[in-house]
Design a protein around this ligand. Sequence first.
Ligand code: PGA
Length: 254
Amino acid sequence: MRRVFIGGNWKSNGDVNFIKNHTKNVINNLNFDSQKCQVVISPTNLHLELTRSLLGKNSKVEISSQNVSAFPDGAYTGEVSAKQLKDYSIEWTLIGHSERRQYFLETDDVVGKKTKISLENGLNVIACIGEKLGERESKRTMEVCFTQLAAIAKNTNDWGKVVIAYEPVWAIGTGKTASLAQAQEVHGELRNWLDGKVSKEVARSVRIIYGGSVTESNANDLITQVDIDGFLVGGASLKPGFKTIVESYKNKMI
Ligand code: PGA
């Protein structure tokens, strides 16, 4: 069965002091069975090494960048390439987060390129998709999600290295979580899409995680949904309650 995946997306938050305190007090005190649950945290690129150096020696927590260049090494000022991340032993990257799509104008084409170059360089990918409020209201949720997923699928040759994060944009940072039924419905349809367009095996094995105002109060319920394999947590991953969110994997019937 699928191992629960809990991601903590720290976004552009935190100074050195915060990173030190939060890693020592919260991240290093997470209690989970790594056979059943995988935990991956994403500090800013600036804080990747600091965070890693603070993790306990036998820590099972893994680290991800929040972004990756769509280009190889070279004259691309300000970018960090997939090859450089891998060389630095950063094993994961987030791709296609809605904030990157919204503020940095990342298109499906760019998301596809980032997926391809990351996988070619051996990185694991957390690929984010999700509809905006207007799209949900005009009943275009699945059309939007399938289009975004198709751009990722087209560039994926190793599904063992991909986690799909479904994050309805209207639920990110707003305190509005999708209801259990709303989240399960989309996750189920995404899995059906993978079954039809990729393979039964990929549909069965790929982890599809939910993101958007996940907190310690709703994680235990959301995780019970059959097609929800974990979470991508923003705001609440910066708080002590992240520990409770991680422990929600115990509620998963696997
Ligand atoms: P949130 O963010 O948990 O603060 O809503 C989730 C995300 O953006 O990944």
